[in-house]
Design a protein around this ligand. Structure first.
Ligand code: ZN
Length: 424
């Protein structure tokens, strides 16, 4: 696959993955097509050396692995499936001034401004009772523009450009229609979206629905230097990790771990701070002594996008650490362990970049700014595994329309492929 084919499939993955549920289903389908067998956590596992498997939890986290014939170390790549967004409330339907609106909570640290004046759609997971009275679930995606959050006209707030705060409760409920004779029935819409996908629905029980921006991902720039899309943080890393794993043909034991809830701290049954990965490893290597020996020799590359320097806000970066788009993946370091990178793991990553003919950049937060974090330190602390935090540089992180360079995803793919394939 060349860079332009790679980017085209990345755009398709981003577009068809509006929620962590859809991202997980898309990755599962791709793995199954490539000969990976799905394991169910409730079954007895019969895995074999040389086999390829994947397992999901909560339909929103996925661990895929390929077992070598002689395992003495695990090579792991980790990323997260969730992105900041607006999540529909349980009793969402309300009316104001004759408009129908759906109340929403803010999920994660979203930049709120970009959500205004965009055509929004809805997607997520719905639980329902079927005609036999059994509980089932299905993914839904309205796929068309059904909501919008209109801005207030500047004539009604002349000070707005001087920095008005946005109240997410009172100013951001998406408008979905004009109130009519009949009351708006969200459940009926959910049932019809499920039926469209051949679900036999009798009664809707509950849902997890997220608004997303309808504008499809696109290449931007006079020379197509950029990729603009929602959810680049961090579906871009999920996609790159998946392609790296699918292209690995060495007899090494390789893992890809993509978990939900990173944007809200990772503490959940399927998040990186929960027991999902640990339990999978325990099932594969039940002997404590052997497992600890393997883990002590293992590596985790935690892939999550990094802050590129912004042309209009260059002073937000420290002078010697200004990652640029299209200049290669970024090693992220923090003295206070907000990133898990050590000199040993950074050195491993530098060597991998070198062996892949990819340039590498460095990021550290300004000493007077708080530093973000990711799944790297959490997984490293849970398993005691040597970890490097890296990522593709991007702008507009946590906007509903983010920006990355069109060369960087492919560069990181080459590095991860080397990691999965090469003698370390
Ligand atoms: Zn992230």
């Amino acid at each position: 696959m060349n860079q332009s084919q790679f980017n085209q499939s990345l755009l398709a993955f981003l577009e068809t993955s509006p929620t962590p549920f859809h991202a997980t289903a898309n990755m599962a389908a791709r793995l199954a097509l490539s000969g990976y067998t799905q394991l169910n956590e409730g079954d007895v596992w019969q895995v074999q050396a040389g086999g390829k498997y994947f397992v999901t939890r909560n339909d929103s986290s996925i661990i895929a692995f390929k077992l070598g014939t002689k395992t003495d170390a695990l090579r792991m790549v980790g990323a997260h499936t969730d992105s900041p967004c607006l999540k529909v409330k349980p009793r969402a339907v309300k009316t104001s001034q004759g408009y129908v609106q759906l109340g929403a909570e803010v999920y994660g640290g979203a930049l709120l401004g970009p959500w205004f004046d965009r055509e929004l759609s809805l997607a997520g997971r719905v639980h329902y009772l079927n005609e036999q009275g059994e509980m089932r679930s299905g993914l839904v995606n309205a796929e068309e523009a059904i909501a919008i959050i209109p801005s207030l006209a500047i004539h009604l707030d002349r000070e707005v450009n001087a920095g008005r705060a946005i109240n997410p409760e009172t100013q951001m409920a998406p408008v979905v229609g004009i109130a009519g004779e009949e009351s708006f029935d969200l459940q009926a819409h959910l049932a019809s979206w499920l039926r469209r996908r051949q679900h036999d629905v009798k009664q809707i029980l509950d849902y997890e629905l997220y608004f997303y921006d309808c504008q499809p991902p696109a290449m931007v720039g006079f020379n197509q230097e950029f990729i603009a899309s929602g959810r680049l943080d961090n579906l871009l890393s999920c996609f790159i990790g998946l392609q790296g794993l699918l292209q690995s043909d060495a007899d090494e034991t390789a893992f890809l771990i993509c978990t939900d809830h990173e944007e809200v701290g990772s503490t959940s049954c399927c998040g990186a701070a929960g027991p999902f990965l640990q339990q999978v490893i325990e099932r594969l290597y039940p002997q404590v002594e052997e497992r600890n020996r393997i883990l002590s020799r293992s590596w985790l590359i935690s892939a999550d996008n990094a802050h590129a320097v912004h042309p209009n806000f260059a002073d937000k970066h420290e002078n010697n650490h200004k990652p640029m788009l299209n200049k290669g993946p970024v090693i992220k370091t923090n003295a206070n362990q907000r990133y898990a990178t050590t000199s040993e793991t950074a050195s491993l990553f530098r060597r991998l970049c070198d062996a892949s003919y990819v340039s590498v950049q460095d990021f550290v937060s300004r000493a007077d700014f708080a530093c973000g974090s990711t799944i790297g330190p959490i997984t490293s602390a849970e398993l005691g595994i040597a970890t490097v935090d890296i990522g593709v540089p991007q702008l507009a992180m946590h906007s509903c329309r983010e920006l990355a360079g069109s060369d960087d995803a492919y560069s990181l793919f080459k590095v991860l492929k080397t990691f999965y394939n090469r003698v370390l």
